[in-house]
Design a protein around this ligand. Structure first.
Ligand SMILES: Cc1ncc(C[n+]2csc(CCOP(=O)(O)OP(=O)(O)O)c2C)c(N)n1
Ligand SMILES: [Mg+2]
Length: 349
């Protein structure tokens, strides 16, 4: 037993990290139950085995609720980072169940929502484009002289898009305080990484853009926290855009509809041994940073918080049919500049 804490973290913060991991997993496990019950609208994307990447990274940033903190662009597999930035469980479930009470009033699903005060913007679907958007966001921070950094998550597959290259190059040239988080989970849908890129590590791409990069074990929450803390310091200190590769494995299919038959089950079993929550649990107890009992309690409380939030969201209404497309389509009878005064719908001409 040792009570010397790692990475400048104290017992309370370590338990905060553990709790954030538990909340993320418990929320996604609750979603699976909700989906089997027929409550979920759209796909269900899990981050099983990747939770330490989103949680460790967001934990290293400055999170405020008044629109002055660092800024996050998560993927669907980085809900853990959103929770740390203040996204509530009930809003998360409302989004997945398309409730009228959800941040998008049931018009959009899962993590596709924005909260400028808390400091996050949900992804737009074309992969890679969030790098361009976050290049703009972080350029605004430096132009205004604000001490803020941005963090954009994207998958290993997404880093083969044109938008990714343009966005990164622009951010690098402008020295934008942007941290790129590559979720190197070894698959893009059913394509293994080797079909997306020739590099062995995504850090090999960084020198081509003249930016700093580090590769980190994405199952180790403390290692991620430390790597991102270093990257944030470099970005804040004027060194500009930084890249972090999170090395781990997508232990489930792309979404719940994908049975992942194209992956060797033995490989999945290997990665189960590196489960980020089980490993951190062992480390916490072995080092005397927390007791078994405390960690058990944190898990059960997280499960209960998710159960209660989901119950609340279930009880709330979906959009009222006739109003369901309000705020989705504009009034097509009104001429707009892009229609040159002609209705885009010939039936209304
Ligand atoms: C430009 C573009 N091409 C294809 C898609 C369809 N699509 C959505 S997710 C996905 C796989 C993404 O893989 P990766 O970036 O590795 O993320 P992961 O799912 O592994 O987290 C694809 C092909 C898309 N949304 N945008
Ligand atoms: Mg991937």
């Amino acid at each position: 037993m040792s009570d010397s804490f790692p990475a400048g973290l104290d017992g309370e913060r370590l338990k905060g990290l553990y709790r954030a991991l538990c909340i993320t997993r418990a929320a996604e496990e609750r979603l699976e139950i909700l989906q089997k019950q027929g409550h979920v609208t759209g796909g269900l994307y899990r981050s099983l085995g990747q939770e330490a990447g989103s949680v460790g990274a967001a934990f290293a940033l400055r999170r405020e609720s008044d629109g002055t903190g660092d800024f996050l662009a998560p993927t669907v597999r980085a809900a853990g980072a959103m929770f740390l930035f203040g996204a509530t469980l009930v809003d998360f479930f409302r989004q997945y169940m398309a409730r009228e009470t959800s941040p998008t009033r049931g018009r959009e699903a899962n993590v596709h929502w924005v909260d400028y005060q808390k400091g996050f913007v949900g992804p737009v679907s074309p992969l890679g484009t969030m790098v361009e958007i976050m290049a703009g966001v972080t350029l605004s921070f430096s132009l205004r002289g604000e001490d803020r950094v941005g963090m954009v998550f994207y998958g290993d597959g997404a880093s083969s898009t044109g938008a990714w290259h343009e966005g990164l190059n622009f951010a690098a040239v402008q020295r934008c305080p942007l941290i790129l988080m590559v979720e190197a989970n070894q698959y893009a849908f059913s394509s293994p990484t080797a079909k997306n890129t020739r590099v062995q590590s995504f850090t090999e791409k960084a020198p081509g853009y003249g930016i700093g990069a580090e590769s980190v074990d994405g199952t180790d929450v403390i290692a991620v926290y430390e790597a991102v803390s270093r990257a944030a310091e470099r970005a804040r200190g004027g060194l500009g855009t930084q890249l972090i590769e999170l090395k781990y494995f997508r232990r489930l299919g792309h979404a719940q509809h994908d049975s992942q038959e194209y992956v060797d089950p033995a490989l999945i079993a290997e990665w189960e041994k590196k489960d980020p929550i089980a490993c951190f649990h062992r480390r916490m107890v072995d080092n005397g940073w927390a007791t078994e009992q405390e960690l058990e309690t944190l898990w059960h409380e997280s499960e209960e918080d998710c159960r209660v939030a989901a119950e609340q969201a279930i009880a709330e209404p979906v959009p009222h049919g006739p109003d369901a497309v309000d705020d989705v389509y504009t009034d097509v009878t009104t001429p707009h500049p892009w229609t040159r005064g002609v209705s885009p719908d010939p039936r209304l001409a």
